[in-house]
Design a protein around this ligand. Structure first.
Ligand SMILES: [Zn+2]
Length: 247
């Protein structure tokens, strides 16, 4: 009797959890439906950010080509990108250089990565649109609308992500983008000996040459020489590393 009661309670708890998380995911997706256009407009206006995002994906793709699937995560901004998840600075430096060369040679596929944050936005957009469409079609809010939204997000989300990455969130035509430095940052909250064992995020700083597309918008910078990449360790030590100058 007690076992039966426990099983029923567990089932009820799981069902409640599924219900709450489904409603939560749907609400978050509806918010994304309204916030995404502004986000996409901001990304579209910053070509250097889109190029850095392409280079970040390409770098992780190159590392995964060499060593198989990884748990690396990247984040791009206007001035470069960071790679987190345990890759060493010399690996990131050499993979970024290879990624840059291959993108420049026209290998646009490298700029697309399935684990990109765009995939979450794509799944939420599909979910919200299908959910709203089903509610309108059925003239009522029923579990069918939630289920249809979730199913569509799982099936169509990854496809939409590829399209959004290709045309909005990355730009594989990287032009004269180049690496200026690769920096190891200290892991947040880890000090002393521990920070020597756990690598912090690795920041790859990039710069755009004086190309016509960005000449007006970016500050004039020292034009980096190809292959002359400075590696900066968290402890500001000098370590020899192949062809790279390490500071
Ligand atoms: Zn991404």
């Amino acid at each position: 009797m007690i076992l039966f009661f426990l099983a029923f309670a567990a089932f009820f708890f799981v069902a409640l959890l599924v219900l709450i998380s489904t409603i939560g995911i749907t609400l978050a997706s509806l918010v994304t439906l309204f916030s995404a256009p502004a986000q996409f407009r901001r990304i579209l206006r910053d070509r250097q950010l889109r190029r850095n995002h392409a280079l970040e994906h390409a770098t992780i793709n190159v590392i995964e080509e060499r060593y198989g699937p990884s748990r690396l995560a990247g984040l791009a901004d206007h001035d470069g990108f960071t790679i987190q998840g345990g890759a060493t600075p010399d690996l990131v430096a050499s993979a970024t250089q290879e990624a840059l060369d291959r993108l420049r040679a026209g290998e646009r596929k490298l700029a697309i990565h399935p684990r990109c944050g765009t995939s979450l936005i794509a799944a939420q957009l599909v979910l919200a649109i299908v959910f709203l469409a089903t509610v309108v079609l059925l003239h009522q809010l029923s579990w069918i609308a939630f289920a249809a939204g979730l199913l569509a997000a799982i099936v169509l989300g990854p496809r939409l992500s590829l399209i959004l990455q290709r045309f909005i969130t990355t730009d594989a035509r990287i032009g004269d983008l180049s690496i200026t430095s690769v920096e190891v940052t200290r892991p947040v909250g880890k000090m002393g000996l521990f920070s020597m064992v756990v690598l912090g995020p690795i920041c790859v700083h990039t710069a755009q040459g004086s190309g016509p597309a960005t000449r007006k918008r970016t500050e004039p910078r020292a034009k980096p020489v190809q292959g002359d990449v400075t590696l900066i360790t968290g402890d500001r030590e000098e370590i020899p590393a192949g062809g790279y100058r390490v500071r």
